[in-house]
Design a protein around this ligand. Structure first.
Ligand code: ZN
Length: 247
C-alpha cells in the first residue's frame, strides 16, 4: 500500500467533483448516488474509501468505483479485508462482514484494494478516509478538538474525510457547517451506503475547485432491496435494520 499519491497541477482547469465515501458494498445506494451525480454537471468522482464491508455487493461496488472514480483512497474496511489492518480492530459486525467479504470478493478486486493509497492530494484538496493525522490509525474525528488538531496535518486548502458516516464541515476558525467562510476546511462528506446521522438517505459532496464552493447532496435509495440482500447473504441482520434509521 502506497502512503501518498499526488495528482493535478495548479494550471488544471476548474472542476466540479463529486466526492463519495463509505459505500460499504451497498449497490442500490451507490447506483442511486451515481445517477444523481450524473445530473449535476460533474467533471469527475473521488472516493474516500470503505468501498466494501457490511454490505452484500462488494464485487459490484469495487467494479463501479474502479470504472467511475479517478481518485480512490483506502478505508479501514478495505484495508481489513486485505490484511492491512488487524481484524481485532473491528467490532463483531464489522469482523463478520470482513470475513464474509474476503470469501466473496474476486481475486482481482482484492488485488485492487491492496493498491489503494492512504492519502491522495489533488491541487487544493487532500483526500483521506479517517484523518490526515496518522491515517493508518483510522482516528474518528468525532470532537471539535480532534478536528481542529488535524488542520496541522495537511497543507492543502481543503481536506475531505469520511469514516464517521456523519456529514460535517469544520472551518479552521472552528466554524461548523458554514462553507461561506473562506479559508481551510475539513469536510466529512457522509456515507453513501450506511448513513449514521439519523437520515437514511445516501450522502455525498460536490466541490467546485474554482468557485471553492461545497454542497452536501442527499439521495434516497431502495433500502428494502439491500436489506433483503444482506439477510440473504447471511450477514448480520443488524446491518440491514440500521439502514432504515440511518443509524
Ligand atoms: Zn465506513
Amino acid at each position: 500500500m502506497k502512503d501518498l499519491v499526488t495528482w493535478g497541477h495548479p494550471s488544471n482547469p476548474a472542476m466540479r467533483v463529486a466526492i463519495i465515501s463509505d459505500i460499504h458494498a451497498n449497490l442500490p445506494a451507490l447506483e442511486a448516488v451515481l445517477l444523481k451525480a450524473d445530473t449535476l454537471d460533474i467533471s469527475t468522482i473521488w472516493c474516500l474509501g470503505d468501498i466494501v464491508g457490511y454490505g452484500p455487493y462488494p464485487n459490484e461496488c469495487v467494479e463501479l468505483v474502479r470504472a467511475r472514480c479517478s481518485l480512490v483512497v483506502s478505508g479501514n474496511h478495505d484495508s481489513g479485508v486485505v490484511g492491512g489492518t488487524p481484524i481485532d480492530d473491528f467490532n463483531e459486525y464489522g469482523l463478520q462482514a470482513i470475513l464474509w467479504t474476503r470469501k466473496n470478493l474476486l481475486p482481482e478486486h482484492l488485488e485492487y484494494l491492496r493498491t489503494l493509497p492512504l492519502v491522495a492530494v489533488h491541487d487544493s484538496c487532500t483526500l483521506v478516509h479517517a484523518s490526515p493525522l496518522d491515517p493508518p490509525e483510522w482516528h474518528y474525528l468525532h470532537t471539535m478538538r480532534a478536528v481542529l488538531r488535524n488542520f496541522q496535518a495537511f497543507v492543502t486548502t481543503q481536506c475531505f474525510v469520511g469514516h464517521t458516516h456523519v456529514p460535517l464541515v469544520v472551518g479552521e476558525d472552528g466554524s461548523i457547517d458554514d462553507f461561506t467562510s473562506s479559508g481551510r476546511h475539513i469536510i466529512n462528506v457522509g456515507s453513501v451506503g450506511q448513513p449514521r446521522d439519523g437520515n437514511p438517505a445516501s450522502a455525498f459532496g460536490i466541490y467546485d475547485t474554482d468557485a471553492m464552493r461545497y454542497q452536501l447532496v442527499r439521495v434516497p435509495y431502495a433500502v428494502d432491496d439491500v436489506a433483503k440482500a444482506i439477510e440473504h447473504a447471511g450477514l448480520p441482520g443488524h446491518l440491514a435494520r440500521r439502514l432504515y434509521h440511518g443509524s
